[in-house]
Design a protein around this ligand. Sequence first.
Ligand code: PSU
Ligand code: MN
Length: 302
Amino acid sequence: MLTIHPELRDELAAGRPVVALETAVLTHGLPHPHHLDAITRMSAAVRRAGAAPAVIAALDGHLCVGLDAAQLARLAAAPAARKLAARDLALALTERVDGGTTVSATLVAARLAGIRAFATGGIGGVHRGWQRRLDVSGDLLELARTPCVVVSAGAKSILDLPATLEALEALGVPVLGWRSARMPRFYSRGADDLKLPRVDDLERVAALCRLRWGALGQPGGVLLANPIAEEHALDDAALEAATLAAVERARAQQIHGAALTPFLLGALEAATGGRSVAANLALLEANAELAAQLAVHLAKAP
Ligand code: PSU
Ligand code: MN
């Protein structure tokens, strides 16, 4: 069932740094051909920082940790690839369907393989309008029970970010701001309304993880929020207006469930003339680099 690429098996057995990469961003998060470009750029960034990328997906009944080029190309070209969250995995594996794994499903694989660092763009969370219709991503619960650091540009700005932070608090997941005291807003760097404890040193983050997973006996994850670089960030006010319009359209068209996040990301691409996609690619690459640097620290003896 779990198929770990032989090279990664060696890396993991030797305790060398490995970074998990999800593939729902490939199958459902980005338009072609940027989707494949994103994984290529992230993998290269992980290698440059001295770690090994572990691209994770479900293929033909196997939960694969580390895809070769042919497997990646197949998944990228599969028009019927599913978007698989943690709860979908068992069904998808028994049906032998191919799918991109969301943060939650990728965390399941990371836990099984013993991978402690993970890079994505923005995690899922509590959707706007939860008061009318509850929609909470499985990413949150899986993060709460997996000993892994997820590096992301916060949670996606299409979400209700204050509610998402409250849910993470209730689930006991520390959220740390990388060289910033603000909760990033995915495509933008965030404002002063949502504060985070700031960390400036990856050795500090690694030490915090060791304490959590060791002496404190708290085997849950950590969210390291890495704001998008200034030069790639979108204007916060314009983004918020476009997001409100997209959320309203989704509601009118009765789009919900797993289709909602891809719909909203697509609507923002149209509203920003593609600038949101360029921002997404930039932040994915930056997060991969930071996750790899952290993996290097985690791999060192304390
Ligand atoms: N980061 C991105 N783009 C994405 C995602 C993350 O830059 O598309 C994906 C992740 O796979 C995440 C998912 O788990 O969006 C959240 O989907 P949902 O809201 O349906 O849980
Ligand atoms: Mn959902």
